[in-house]
Design a protein around this ligand. Structure first.
Ligand code: R5P
Length: 284
C-alpha cells in the first residue's frame, strides 16, 4: 500500500489498536432532513471532538463543518436516488476525485448494491473509484447497502457483499452486524466496520450491538442514528468509543453513558419524522 493511502487510512482506523469510530451524518443524501439531523451543523458540532472521523457529503461538509476543525473526513461520493424514488440501487458516482482532493478528504465512500437491479453499475463504479483512489492515495470505503430490504442482513448475504467489495479493491468495508458476524469478517480480507442501522429501542441495545460487533472482529463503527437520535448524543458517542478503543464491557460503557447523560443537555425534541426522513424504509 502506498504511503499516502496508508497514512490516510491510519487517520480513520487508528494504528494503536486497529480500530476506529466514524460518525455517520450522510443520511440526507437520500433521506432528506432525517429526524434530529435537520440542522446538520447543530447536530454535528458537539460530537466532533469525540469522533475519530466524520462521514458525510460535500454539501454538508462545506455548509456545516468549519474547515479549521482537524477531523478526518470520509466523503460520500455516490448517490442519485431518494427514499421516495423507484429504486434506491440506482446510484452513480456524483463527486469527482478532484473535488475530494480539494476538500482534503481521508477516504471516499460509496454504496454497492449486491443482488439489486443496479448491482452491475455499482460494482463497476467501485472498481473505477478504487482505480482513482489508488492513483491519488485515497482509500475507498465500500458500503454494502440493502436498499429497503433490511431483512437481507444475514451472514450469508453480508459475507458475500463484503467479500465482493474487498475483491474489487475496497480498502475498508461498512456493513451491518448480524448473527455469525465472525463469518463475514473472516471472509473479508480488509477491515470491516458496522453501521448502527435504524435507532434501536434503547441506548443499551446500541452498546450491545457495538460490543458484539467488536468482539466478533469488527474494526469499529460508522454509526449515525443510534448516536444522534439519542437524547444524549455526546454521552452515547463517548460510551461507544469506550467499547471500541478501551475494550469496555457493555455494563461499563452503559455506566459511562448514564454518568455523562446527566451533564449533557438533552437534544432538542424534533417534529415527527417526515416522509423523506422516515425511520423504517431505509438502506445503509
Ligand atoms: C446510509 O446509507 C449511510 O451510509 C449511513 O452512514 C449508515 O447507514 C450509517 O448510519 P446508521 O448508523 O444511522 O445506520
Amino acid at each position: 500500500m502506498d504511503w499516502g493511502l496508508k497514512n490516510r487510512l491510519a487517520r480513520i482506523i487508528k494504528h494503536h489498536d486497529n480500530r476506529g469510530v466514524m460518525l455517520a451524518v450522510d443520511h440526507g443524501y437520500f433521506l432528506g432532513p432525517t429526524e434530529r439531523l435537520e440542522n446538520p451543523r447543530k447536530t454535528i458540532a458537539p460530537l466532533l471532538p469525540h469522533a475519530d472521523s466524520l462521514m458525510l457529503t460535500r454539501g454538508v461538509l462545506r455548509t456545516s463543518v468549519d474547515a479549521s476543525y482537524p477531523i478526518p473526513v470520509v466523503l460520500r461520493v455516490s448517490g442519485g436516488s431518494s427514499i421516495i424514488g423507484k429504486d434506491l440501487s440506482n446510484e452513480k458516482i456524483t463527486t469527482s476525485i478532484k473535488e475530494a482532493i480539494r476538500l482534503n478528504v481521508s477516504a471516499l465512500a460509496m454504496s454497492i448494491f449486491v443482488g439489486a437491479s443496479h448491482e452491475h453499475e455499482s460494482l463497476v463504479s467501485l472498481g473505477n473509484l478504487v482505480n482513482e483512489g489508488e492513483e491519488y492515495g485515497i482509500p475507498v470505503l465500500a458500503v454494502t447497502a440493502v436498499g429497503k430490504e433490511l431483512e437481507k442482513r444475514d451472514a450469508r448475504y453480508l459475507g458475500l457483499a463484503c467479500r465482493i467489495a474487498a475483491e474489487f479493491g475496497a480498502h475498508l468495508v461498512k456493513t451491518y452486524y448480524c448473527e455469525n458476524f465472525e463469518k463475514v469478517v473472516n471472509a473479508c480480507p480488509v477491515p470491516v466496520i458496522i453501521a448502527g442501522g435504524p435507532k434501536l429501542a434503547t441506548e443499551l441495545d446500541a452498546l450491545k450491538l457495538t460490543y458484539d460487533a467488536i468482539h466478533s472482529g469488527a474494526a469499529g463503527v460508522d454509526m449515525g442514528r443510534n448516536i444522534w437520535q439519542s437524547d444524549h448524543p455526546v454521552a452515547m458517542l463517548k460510551a461507544v468509543k469506550a467499547i471500541v478503543h478501551q475494550n469496555l464491557t457493555v455494563k461499563e460503557a452503559y455506566e459511562i453513558f448514564n454518568k455523562l447523560k446527566h451533564v449533557e443537555k438533552p437534544a432538542a425534541a424534533t417534529k415527527p419524522a417526515t416522509k423523506s426522513g422516515q425511520k423504517s424504509s431505509r438502506k445503509s
